[in-house]
Write a protein that binds this ligand. Structure first.
Ligand SMILES: Nc1ncnc2c1ncn2[C@@H]1O[C@H](COP(=O)(O)OP(=O)(O)OP(=O)(O)O)[C@@H](O)[C@H]1O
Ligand SMILES: [Mg+2]
Length: 502
């Protein structure tokens, strides 16, 4: 119960770590990155608009000023002939709608004539723009103010008229801001353009709706007038961050879930593998315990049975009885061999290991294995090593290993087949190979051959290779099998050599 609760908590944690958390973190940082890109794009759009309109207004003002300069040059010819000056101003006023009026002031600031009638005498001497125009000798522009006649924003451009480096008078022109606004409106797309004078007063705005806080803003100063232009670009998408975040989050959630499933799959696979291994170990442990406790008990009565059958077979010489006795003896022999293997499975490490030379051990069993091979008409070849191959082992156990492997090889080949036993030293190891050209094994069978009781034979116990592995590993060695169906099998044992004089 506690275990499963911990497991499910772990699973939830893994789920959060693999799916939700990375999805949130990655989509958040991706969204920030994308929003920054959007910001830069909108900002550069606002900058382009601001620059564009600033240049246009600048051009407009410069063109207007150069017109006034031309007019001033005309007046310059005869500034004292007021009626002809008035005539020129009136004609220009009628033709050019940008101006709401022209005035001619003497150097003392008295407006002498104007295109709009002056009801009372007006003096502009104390006006800043007038003073500056007189002093600098070039044009000046007044701050924007509401025109008395038009009721709209106007600016006054003062252009001094000079005759032989002396100011003879000042041409004053009232420029209609609404005409500049019209000019700007013709060029505007979605952006909102606001023009402010140097006092911060808005003198024109292309869209009447209030400026949204989310809009992108860029401002420029216009060169020819002390005005600044502000371009506002409204992003097309609302809640852009959330839109981008949700899209990224959705996609990442799918990806991380796939990843989570893949991880789960591999974890499950690993767990199944571990459980299988554990099962095998338990099985082996059970066999070991069973072997240790019962093998001896079985062997003793078995010896009695064997002796008695021998006696009975001598007593009952009838041919049929003799057949039964041989079968019983064969079966007892089989039980005996199973019990011997069970005993080996018991605890091979419990025996004291002695230094023996593998070459000698094989020589000792050579007559038995040779006769077995002859009996099956199999060609057996033994390649001894030039070295002695001393290893620490229990002689009988190693013999058993070789016999088990040879038995398998002989069972795998047909008569006329070939089995080779190959001994050699490689670095600090003794190599024993048992090679046959028999039926071979599929990969599926190969995976199972070391499982206790796995057998493909009718009379097999499935303990032969288990015993070999157990013994070889008890000597610190390894067992490896390579096999190809229809071609044969090679079983290779690597056993560490005994260090000299040990
Ligand atoms: N040299 C070989 N060629 C082909 N198959 C083999 C070879 N050695 C082992 N096998 C396969 O591995 C299985 C397991 O072998 P193992 O020696 O453990 O048991 P067994 O031979 O079936 O029975 P026994 O306990 O009598 O040895 C065999 O049944 C056989 O299918
Ligand atoms: Mg076998």
């Amino acid at each position: 119960m506690l275990n499963s609760m911990i497991k499910s908590k772990k699973n939830v944690l893994l789920y959060l770590m693999v799916t939700l958390l990375p999805a949130i973190v990655i989509s958040y940082s991706l969204s920030i990155e994308k929003i920054e890109k959007y910001d830069n794009t909108y900002m550069s759009t606002a900058q382009t608009y601001a620059n564009y309109h600033a240049n246009h207004i600048d051009g407009f003002i410069r063109e207007t000023v150069s017109r006034l300069d031309m007019l001033a040059t005309l007046i310059e010819i005869n500034p004292y002939d007021l009626s002809s000056v008035e005539e020129v101003l009136k004609r220009t006023h009628e033709k050019d709608v940008r101006f709401s009026g022209f005035y001619w002031a003497n150097p003392q600031g008295d407006l002498l004539i104007g295109t709009n009638e002056l009801t009372s005498p007006v003096n502009v001497f104390d006006r800043d723009y007038f003073q500056k125009a007189i002093k600098s000798g070039s044009y000046t522009i007044s701050p924007a103010h509401i025109g008395r006649v038009t009721g709209r924003f106007i600016v006054t451009i003062a252009t001094p008229v000079n005759k032989s480096s002396e100011v003879n008078g000042v041409l004053l022109a009232s420029l209609r801001i609404d005409k500049i606004e019209e000019f700007v409106l013709n060029q505007v797309e979605d952006e909102t353009i606001i023009v402010m004078d140097d006092t911060g007063q808005t003198i024109m705005q292309t869209h009447s709706s209030p400026i949204d806080e989310s809009s992108y803003h860029y401002s420029y100063d216009i060169e020819s007038v002390p005005w600044s232009i502000h371009a506002h670009v409204q992003p097309q998408e609302n809640n852009l961050f959330f839109q981008v975040f949700l899209t990224n989050f959705g996609l990442l959630l799918i990806l991380t879930h796939i990843l989570f499933l893949v991880i789960q799959y591999f974890l499950l696979k690993k767990q199944v593998k571990m459980e299988k291994k554990q099962n095998e170990l338990q099985k082996l442990e059970l066999v070991e315990n069973l072997a240790a406790s019962t093998a001896h008990e079985i062997r003793n009565p078995l010896t009695g049975i064997k002796g008695l059958i021998q006696l009975l077979s001598e007593k009952y010489t009838d041919q049929k009885d003799q057949l039964y006795f041989t079968i019983i003896q064969e079966e007892v022999k089989r039980i005996n061999s199973i019990v011997s293997e069970l005993l080996l499975l018991g605890k091979p490490t419990a025996h004291t290991l002695k230094k023996c030379c593998v070459n000698d051990i094989i020589k000792e069993i050579e007559p038995i294995i040779k006769s077995e091979a002859n009996f099956k008409s199999v060609h057996l070849c033994i390649h001894y090593s030039n070295e002695e191959l001393p290893i620490l082992c229990v002689k009988d156990h190693l013999k058993q290993v070789i016999l088990n492997l040879l038995k398998n090889a002989l069972e795998a080949v047909n008569s006329g087949g070939k089995v080779i036993i190959y001994l050699e030293q490689h670095q600090n190891e003794c190599i024993i190979k048992v090679i046959d050209n028999g039926i071979g094994m599929s990969q599926d069978v190969l995976k199972k051959v070391f499982n206790p009781f796995f057998t493909m034979k009718e009379t097999g116990t499935g303990l032969g290779l288990v015993v070999c592995k157990r013994i070889v590993e008890a000597y610190g060695g390894k067992i490896k099998i390579q096999s190809t169906v229809g071609q044969g099998t090679e079983v290779k044992l690597n056993i560490p050599l005994a260090i000299k004089d040990s």
